[in-house]
Design a protein around this ligand. Structure first.
Ligand SMILES: [Cu+2]
Length: 285
């Protein structure tokens, strides 16, 4: 079983196991984690040994967290990290009140970019998600990571330097839970592409495009939701400029006890309703 040697990867093991084991949910106290060079071996202390063997044989789990690594805009897919503030480690943000909830950052080493990507208002762009900066389309995120997917914009004077923290944000895309399917799983099956329509009614100029996936496998406890986000630096042209979106602060759009962030997803049924966190969706009409 090959996974990140970082201790944080322990947190992904449990949802992975929960995904593959339909029966009991395993908690850390039931497991002993052995570190063998770059590999981690999980050995059950009792009980589930046979299921474990099957799991180890059948499913080398290599996809844990995720990163918005590159943008496709106006038919062009830009290089990984081009115009996007990508981290070298794919960990989540978990404190909804942290400044780094805006465009990622510590504890994940997040790098700036001196590039700005041109985008035509009214077009669809794709935020491309990958497990790591080196992963391909078959390795987007562990499918046991289930939750909503969202995108936000903020108009800025200088997209290369604006930290993103503070007011000015509005939501332009969201997906939650419908018919037993989470939006994150739709992105995974779509080869990591989160399709986002850039509203036609925007004013031209520079924006930060914040794409976000949320994993709720640990969200039964406060701050257990894992939020993944990066900001792309874009220049919008062709907008009609008629938009006057109500804007919100990041941090500020989420509370740790939001029903969409503090939730036991394993008790949900196919027909269960789910409340997507954050402000209402902005649309032009
Ligand atoms: Cu993860």
């Amino acid at each position: 079983m090959y996974i990140n040697k970082d201790a944080a990867s322990r947190t992904f093991f449990l949802p992975s196991l929960q995904h593959f084991l339909s029966g009991p949910i395993l908690y850390p106290t039931q497991l002993k984690i052995y570190r063998v060079s770059a590999q981690l071996c999980l050995l059950p202390q009792s009980g589930l040994k046979m299921k474990f063997s099957l799991l180890l044989a059948a499913a080398p789990i290599a996809s844990a967290h995720t990163i918005f690594t590159q943008l496709t805009a106006d038919g062009k897919t830009y290089a990984v990290s081009y115009g996007i503030r990508t981290p070298t480690y794919d960990g989540p943000q978990t404190d909804v009140n942290a400044k780094n909830m805006a465009c990622n950052g510590a504890p994940n080493p997040t790098r700036s970019s001196d590039k700005i990507i041109p985008v035509t208002a009214g077009s669809n762009v794709s935020a491309v998600w990958r497990h790591t900066l080196e992963s391909g389309p078959g390795d987007v995120m562990d499918p046991g990571h289930k939750g909503p997917v969202m995108a936000y914009l903020k108009k800025v004077t200088d997209a290369k330097t604006d930290t993103g923290a503070g007011g000015g944000w509005f939501k332009i895309q969201e997906g939650g839970y419908a018919n037993g399917q989470w939006a994150t799983n739709t992105v995974i099956s779509n080869k990591g592409n989160q399709v986002i329509t850039i509203p036609k009614c925007l004013a031209d100029g520079q924006y930060l495009l914040r794409a976000e996936m949320v994993a709720l496998h640990g969200a039964r406890s406060t701050n257990g939701a894992q939020l993944y986000m990066e900001c792309a630096q874009i220049e919008v042209t062709g907008g009609t400029g008629t938009a006057n979106p109500k804007t919100y602060s990041i941090p500020g759009i989420y509370k740790s006890n939001d029903p969409g962030l503090l939730i036991d997803i394993y008790s949900m049924k196919t027909t269960s309703a789910y409340t997507i966190p954050g402000p209402p969706l902005f649309t032009c009409s």
